[in-house]
Design a protein around this ligand. Structure first.
Ligand SMILES: [Mg+2]
Length: 178
């Protein structure tokens, strides 16, 4: 089984001040590409898991979220490579306070629930007991913990935290991982 680093998308990998659903506005955060390159180079499978309640709120369509993820994939593809550094992207379009009827409910994939992580582990044969998670919100850590990736392998990043960004988290993981 392979070992993964699960990554939150918004404000972990890319800058997202609000409900981003426009591929042309996707910007990787500083250091994010290099962090992914180092983690993938060390043999980790990178999996992006993202709540996209923007769909339930009517601020974007499934197609727009997919196009946005396609743009993230493109930005995470090294010039000499044909595949992105992140192997898989999962997102959850549901939100209990949504206005789009089809998606206005709670869902087992919506963080802090662990559904996306568990689905990825099953589909990609990932060893959760050795995997890591990096996110910028408490719900990320709760989802990771519920999936069997508790702290200290679930890392909360942020400008006021000991690990400021994905680059610092990657450094930490590479120091700790055997
Ligand atoms: Mg986030």
């Amino acid at each position: 089984m392979r070992t993964a680093v699960f990554l939150d998308r918004d404000n972990t990998l890319i800058d997202n001040a609000g409900d981003l659903a426009d591929p042309s506005l996707v910007r990787l955060l500083p250091g994010a590409f290099g962090a992914c390159e180092r983690l993938a180079g060390a043999g980790f499978t990178l999996v992006v898991v993202s709540n996209q309640g923007v769909v339930a709120r009517g601020g974007g369509s499934l197609r727009e979220v997919e196009a946005t993820n396609d743009r993230v994939r493109a930005l995470l593809t090294p010039p000499s490579a044909c595949r992105p550094l992140a192997e898989a992207f999962y997102f959850c379009p549901y939100h209990p306070q949504g206005t789009a009827e089809r998606f206005a409910s709670e869902h087992p994939w919506r963080k802090p629930a662990p559904g996306m992580i568990l689905a990825a582990a099953d589909e990609l044969a990932l060893d959760l007991a050795r995997s890591w998670f990096v996110g910028d919100a408490e719900r990320d850590i709760r989802a990771a913990t519920a999936a069997g990736i508790p702290p200290p392998r679930a890392l909360l990043i942020g400008p006021d935290r000991p690990l400021a960004d994905l680059a610092a988290a990657a450094e930490h993981i590479l120091e700790q991982a055997p």
